[in-house]
Design a protein around this ligand. Structure first.
Ligand SMILES: [Zn+2]
Ligand SMILES: [Zn+2]
Length: 370
């Protein structure tokens, strides 16, 4: 069994990139290797030896784009974590676990009414659990929300880190949308790190027709193998063009285009959101899964005329983690085609690359190599 370490080794965000508003002077961000003391574990806490930590756009937002973390730097980023419990709460020791990306307080009103995924007191590794994050050898976390991994078969534990955000966020979004078997679904941003799982999650939950919209032609082709029935490229098209193509595609295939579509917007970009708003129609639902700072122009009276809804979704309840893990282990959701591991020591190059190039074809999981 893994031993309790003397120190936690970690790639710490010493300072994020920043730009002075007045002078325009850019301060370069720094992520550096260091070690920090192992904290004394409180009751109900465990120390997890990290097997893998996924690289998420939220991390890049913190490091490159001025999105503030709750705990001020220096802190360690990373919230898509799998690993093995090595200390703390006796009954967890030795168990393989996935750490939920957001852990609700379980005390407040929102938690009590089942909305704990948006608990205002929630803790997130790499953001609001003190200075601790997943880009480390170890991390202290509460044990109550851990998702135990049993019988993972051929799956490396490190790969299962992706469940901690990229694969559970879509499940929560589907729940939020009240997705039912037979529903028709559009996923905008169908080829990104979360979008690929959004597509296959709705299909696995019984969606009738799933249309993926995105920009990358190879990745759009791949989506057809993993849950999408049809794909539309949005390259060089106005929202109106995309809507016309959508209608044509429905007509050709004998699908009702005019009402009832549930639209998941995963890009968080203005072009993606504009397409989503254009496609929203009678008794439709638009579920906002992606985050960005864009503003859109939209006549909200259309919602009245359409009897339609626009709703947001955030994180995922820890209760859903075992369900998603089960769907992965039973093959209902494909994981291996969408994940690759890299040594954690390459974190600086990898953050740079992913930030510049956008979503890689496969989610990168960093594995500790201190
Ligand atoms: Zn994330
Ligand atoms: Zn709460």
């Amino acid at each position: 069994m893994a031993a309790v370490p003397d120190k936690i080794q970690t790639w710490q965000m010493v300072q994020p990139w920043s730009k002075d508003r007045e002078t325009g002077k850019v301060t370069e961000g720094r992520i550096e290797k260091t070690d920090i003391p192992v904290p004394e574990l409180k009751a109900g806490e465990v120390l997890v030896e990290v097997a893998g930590c996924g690289v998420c756009h939220t991390d890049l937002g913190f490091f490159f784009d001025g999105v503030p973390t709750v705990s001020k730097p220096p802190l360690t980023l990373g919230h898509e974590i799998s690993g093995v419990v090595v200390a703390g709460d006796e009954k967890w020791i030795g168990k393989e676990v996935i750490i939920p990306a957001v852990m609700p307080c379980r005390q407040c009103y929102l938690c009590k009414i089942g909305r704990g995924n948006r608990c205002l007191f929630q803790k997130m590794p790499g953001n609001s659990i003190g200075i601790y994050g997943g880009n480390s050898s170890h991390i202290p976390v509460p044990s109550v929300d851990l998702c135990e991994v049993k019988d993972r078969g051929k799956f490396p534990l490190s790969h299962l880190a992706v469940i901690a955000d990229a694969m559970t966020t879509p499940y929560q979004a589907a729940k939020r949308a009240d997705l039912q078997p037979g529903d028709n679904v559009i996923v905008i941003g169908a080829t990104g790190g979360v979008g690929v799982h959004m597509v296959q999650t709705v299909k696995a939950l019984g969606a009738a027709n799933v249309i993926g919209i995105a920009r990358n032609p190879e990745k759009l082709k791949r989506a057809l193998n993993y849950g999408a029935d049809f794909v539309i490229s949005s390259v060089d098209k106005t929202p109106r063009d995309v809507r016309n193509e959508f209608r044509g595609l429905c007509k050709e295939n004998g699908i009702e285009a005019g009402y009832g579509w549930k639209i998941f917007e995963v890009t968080g970009t203005k072009p993606g959101q504009d397409i989503a708003l254009e496609l929203l129609s009678f008794i439709g639902k638009l579920i906002v899964v992606g985050f960005g700072l864009a503003k859109n122009e939209y006549s909200i009276s259309r919602l009245m005329a359409f009897d339609a809804e626009i709703i947001g979704t955030w994180g995922c309840l820890p209760e859903y983690y075992p369900i998603v893990l089960g769907m992965v282990l039973s093959g209902k959701l494909e994981l291996e085609a969408f994940v690759e591991t890299k040594p954690m020591s390459q974190i600086n190059q990898i953050y740079d690359q992913v930030h510049k190039a956008g979503s890689p074809a496969k989610r990168i999981v960093l594995t500790p190599d201190f």
